[in-house]
Design a protein around this ligand. Structure first.
Ligand code: OAD
Length: 235
């Protein structure tokens, strides 16, 4: 393997599977038997905010308890020991396992579970406590305008300007544990490839995006990623 200068790491629910968190598209997926239309759309939130808040408050309890696994820790090792490279983690996950593992340069493009955003003033409230329709924004003092800082279907992804820049300049693109069916994240590999990056996919199976990957590393990320990182560090 050559020496890389800019590494873009895209992660999905599969990287957290070995931490005991369900993925989205497996049976008993992360929506916990809720319909996506009831908990992850703007319309659902307008229709029944209390229901949506309850769902994310419950999910928050579960995600708060989860601990990082060897795949998250392998990223920490890479960021610490692969000197001279910019290494960014672009995650679709709303859990905080990358943070708990000590990863740096993390972009939660689908939002993050321990934040709520005030729809009145834009203030981001960070909390592991419950947020509900009674919550008062600590900045503007308006009650009942807090929304979980989760990107619902139909909303724009977060950090897209930074992500676009990182995608154009990366020379190694790693995709870990994502099915590659939710856009625009599913198209990131295509952009990275277009701008000349080497592209590697880590998954239990080949995804529908396989055309754009130079290499597929099949197996649980908790095993395959630490091995890959050790190989990179040998160079
Ligand atoms: P998915 O549930 O669609 O896909 C998880 C992927 O991880 C699958 O391809 C699995 O084969 C793979 N996988 C499972 N266990 C693994 C392991 N131990 N090691 C490696 N791979 C493993 O989850 P995402 O691709 O993250 O969006 O889903 C993308 C988005 O769809 C989510 O962020 C969410 C959802 O709608 C929002 O919430 C906006």
């Amino acid at each position: 393997m050559k020496k890389y200068g800019n590494i873009f790491i895209l992660t999905g629910a599969g990287i957290s599977a070995e931490s005991g968190l369900a993925t989205f598209r497996a049976a008993n997926g992360l929506w916990n038997n809720h319909k996506v239309e009831d908990v992850a759309t703007h319309e659902a939130f307008l229709r029944n905010p209390a229901y949506v808040h309850d769902f994310y408050n419950e999910l928050k309890l579960e995600l708060n308890k989860a601990q990082p696994n060897p795949a998250h820790l392998a990223i920490t090792k890479l960021q610490k020991e692969y000197t001279g490279a910019n290494i960014s983690v672009i995650t679709q996950n709303v859990d905080t396992l990358h943070e708990k593992a000590g990863n740096q340069n993390i972009y939660h493009i689908h939002g993050v579970i321990n934040q709520a955003v005030c729809l009145n003033c834009g203030h981001i409230l960070e909390t592991w406590g419950d947020v509900d329709t009674e919550t008062i924004c600590p900045q503007c003092q308006v009650q009942g305008m807090m929304k979980p800082n989760i990107v619902f279907f139909g909303e724009d992804l977060l950090y897209m300007n930074q992500v676009d820049t990182l995608l154009r300049k990366c020379d190694l693109f790693l995709s870990i544990g994502t099915s590659g069916v939710v856009f625009p994240a599913a198209a990131f590999v295509q952009t990275a490839k277009y701008y000349g990056a080497d592209t590697v996919e880590f998954n239990l199976e080949q995804t529908s995006n396989n055309f754009y990957f130079d290499k597929h590393i099949t197996g649980p990320a908790g095993t395959t990623l630490p091995a890959f990182v050790d190989e990179l560090l040998k160079k």
